[in-house]
Design a protein around this ligand. Structure first.
Ligand code: SAM
Ligand code: SF4
Ligand code: F3S
Length: 453
């Protein structure tokens, strides 16, 4: 054990890439460093400790680390005279010590299973120098016991499980995050109750596939029950992500419809509209089953904002396969879709499939898909015109500090001028009713009705 007191007074900066799991891991690392007396810096240049929380889901995320990490070399020395650079997250888990071959200024490497050890590793780097590396898959300590530094006062990410058992053929996540492991339900409910007492109004339950929550614990309670119990804590808004379509049970749809705090939003990643490609992707549902599920969800929650992830250019995708994705987008009427060009990930089964499709064709398909998504997103937002939407205020708009920005229950971005006699900072985390008079593809805007609450 290194002497943690060496960390007291040191400044740190964390840059996070990738998904909400990494964001939340960064909040835990930050909480741990705060508890050791470290102070957050706003720039890498001011930090004694720079941490990169990395992602390797696509090649672009991989490459970004190398640029950012190398740029640390040219920074002036920090106030304390010595800077320690640490790499955590999914690339660290995948490459471990191998990272040192290309990144000669890295001092600490910690994997996704080792975040409880970050303070020790950093202290050892300051005390002893050399490289401190820890990426064991079975590691001691539960990250969920760690203190936690939240970025906002009104919203919290709440992991309910880690890992993934699905092994979609293109995806690296199960290799870098391990197998599914659910947190005990009582622990999650207690955590949400504590958040409510601290004034948090909105939470997002996190897992790579929340629909398989509890399955690793035998015949115990499942996701639908978790939603109901979390709904009883007094939290005002519950979101969750991600949901694998093959595991979305009728009892979960019932709970979504019946628990008032569960917001009318569902992220249901489809990946492709072609059953042939879905089979090659190992997704274990067909186009027809997906669309049938969408219909069942809409029958219970008619105004739901359905969002999705779509991959274009999976190896061997034909024009016909791709057109099926376009028609599925039109039929499902997504409120939003995260669209990705397939990225070959070494070690995954899809990386072995030969792909004759030229890069330009894939790019053109991607652009066509984006246009379809923009059309359905625009259509979804039109339903909000001339309605009053409760906006949870997040801050001011990037372009104009007299315009408030927040989220509707459907997770749409909403803009509204600041009501007279208020400043933005007083309103962050409050709910304001907004009468919507403009609905664009990616946001709504309107005017305040009544007072913030
Ligand atoms: N577990 C989540 C699910 O299944 O909905 C997805 C998590 S993954 C971090 C987010 C998205 O990245 C996936 O839904 C998929 O669309 C995309 N993705 C994963 N691997 C990819 C790859 N090799 N190339 C391009 N996109 C990929
Ligand atoms: Fe990746 Fe599939 Fe697991 Fe999602 S469900 S993390 S896409 S393997
Ligand atoms: Fe990336 Fe790891 Fe998330 S690979 S998308 S940060 S689970």
């Amino acid at each position: 054990m290194a002497n943690l007191s060496i960390l007291a007074g040191k400044t740190y900066f964390i840059r996070t890439f990738g998904c909400q799991m990494n964001l939340h891991d960064s909040e835990r690392v930050s909480g741990l460093l705060d508890s050791c007396g470290c102070l957050q810096a706003s720039e890498p240049a001011d930090a004694d400790i720079v941490i990169f929380m990395t992602c390797c889901v696509r090649e672009a995320a991989d490459t970004r680390l190398y640029g950012q990490c190398s740029s640390c070399k040219s920074l002036p020395a920090p106030p304390s005279g010595r800077r320690v650079v640490a790499v955590g997250g999914c690339i660290a888990q995948r490459d471990g010590e191998g990272l040192l071959t290309n990144l000669d200024n890295v001092d600490v490497i910690f994997g996704t299973h080792s975040i409880t050890h970050v303070a020790d590793l950093l202290a050892a780097a300051f005390e002893q120098g050399g490289h401190q590396v820890r990426t064991e898959e079975i590691d001691t300590g539960e990250a969920t016991d760690m203190p936690w530094h939240r970025e906002t006062t009104y919203h919290a990410w709440v992991p309910i499980m880690t890992g993934c058992n699905n092994f979609c053929s293109y995806c690296i996540v199960p290799y870098v995050r391990g197998r599914e492991k659910s947190r005990p339900m009582d622990e999650i409910v207690d955590e949400v109750s504590a958040l409510v007492r601290q004034g948090v109004r909105s939470i997002t339950l996190l897992g790579q596939n929340v629909n398989s929550y509890g399955r690793d614990q035998g015949s115990g309670p499942r996701f639908a029950e978790l939603l109901r119990r979390v709904g009883d804590t007094g939290i005002e808004r519950i979101y969750f992500t991600s949901s694998h379509p093959k595991d979305l049970l009728p009892e979960t749809i019932d709970a979504m419809a019946e628990v008032p705090a569960v917001m009318p939003q569902l992220h249901l990643a489809v990946q492709s509209g072609s059953s042939r490609i879905l089979k090659l992707m190992n997704r274990r549902y067909t186009r027809e089953q997906y669309l049938d599920l969408v219909q069942r969800v809409r029958a219970h929650i008619p105004n739901i904002a359905l969002t999705t992830d779509i991959i274009v250019g999976f190896p061997g995708e034909t024009e016909e396969d791709f057109e099926q994705t376009l028609t599925l987008v039109d039929e499902a009427q997504f409120a939003q879709a995260f669209t990705f060009i397939y990225s070959k990930r070494a070690g995954t089964p899809a990386a072995e499939i030969f792909d004759p499709t030229p890069r330009e064709v894939i790019q053109q398909r991607f652009d066509r898909l984006v246009k379809h998504v923009e059309t359905t997103a625009y259509a979804f937002n039109q339903h909000s015109l001339d309605t009053v939407v409760p906006m949870l205020i997040e801050g001011s708009s990037k372009k104009n500090d007299r315009i408030l920005q927040g989220k509707s229950p459907w997770n749409q971005t909403v803009h509204c001028p600041i009501p007279d006699d208020y400043e933005t900072h007083e309103l962050v985390g409050q709910v304001l009713d907004v009468h919507i008079d403009t609905a664009r593809t990616w946001y709504l805007s309107g005017n305040a009705v009544g007072n913030p609450r």
